[in-house]
Design a protein around this ligand. Structure first.
Ligand code: ZN
Length: 202
């Protein structure tokens, strides 16, 4: 059994004008698809075949199988990314997540400023994340395919800052892309689900 490219959780043009259909055609239909295809090719007839994706990520990382790790982590990170954005996104978090944001960052505006600084500060390709640690919420960045799944933290939401995520829409203006995400697309409901499920497990 092999991994399949999951459908986007919304229509291809649903995030316009902040993320265009053209960008998603390439980002989901070419880049994400390629990670899944390469992963399937790499794990065929290996001990990784048949394992859940999260297990492949942690096992490949532990074994130093960087090619398998990179494609597995990118397959996972991108699925997580699609859910981190919503056509009905933006606004403010509510409930326990809002309390945790305010406790850690002061308020939502300060969270957004810190998240933006982190996303712009990630040199080259990578990801900006809101994660939950044993101490509380944190904003972290990871380079290339790196993912919180191998760092013992629980991802709540992410933004892809690889150029392939924004170049067609914004060229080199990563700041405009990050602004559009934080003001119009950020999926607080998804973050809250991840936050609540982690609380239940803790
Ligand atoms: Zn990407």
């Amino acid at each position: 059994m092999s991994f399949e490219l999951p459908d986007l959780p919304y229509a291809i043009d649903a995030l316009e004008p902040h993320v265009s259909a053209r960008t998603l055609e390439f980002h989901h239909g070419k880049h994400h698809k390629a990670y899944v295809s390469k992963l399937n090719g790499a794990i065929e007839d290996t001990a990784y075949a048949g394992q859940p994706l999260e297990s492949v990520i942690t096992a490949a990382h532990a074994a130093g199988d960087s090619g398998i790790f990179n494609n597995a982590a990118q397959a996972w990170n991108h699925t997580f990314l699609w859910h981190s954005m919503s056509p009905n996104g933006g606004g403010e978090p509510t409930g326990a997540l809002a309390e945790a944001i305010n406790a850690r960052f002061g308020d939502v505006a300060k969270f957004k400023a810190e998240f933006k600084a982190a996303a712009l500060g990630q040199f080259g390709s990578g990801w900006a994340w809101l994660v939950r640690t044993a101490e509380g919420l944190e904003i972290v960045t990871t380079g290339n395919a790196d993912t919180p799944l191998i760092h013992g933290t629980t991802p709540l939401l992410t933004l892809d800052v690889w150029e392939h995520a924004y170049y067609l829409d914004y060229q080199n203006q990563r700041d405009a892309y990050v602004d559009g995400f934080l003001s119009e697309l950020i999926n607080w409901d998804f973050a809250a689900e991840n936050f609540e499920s982690d609380r239940a497990a803790a």
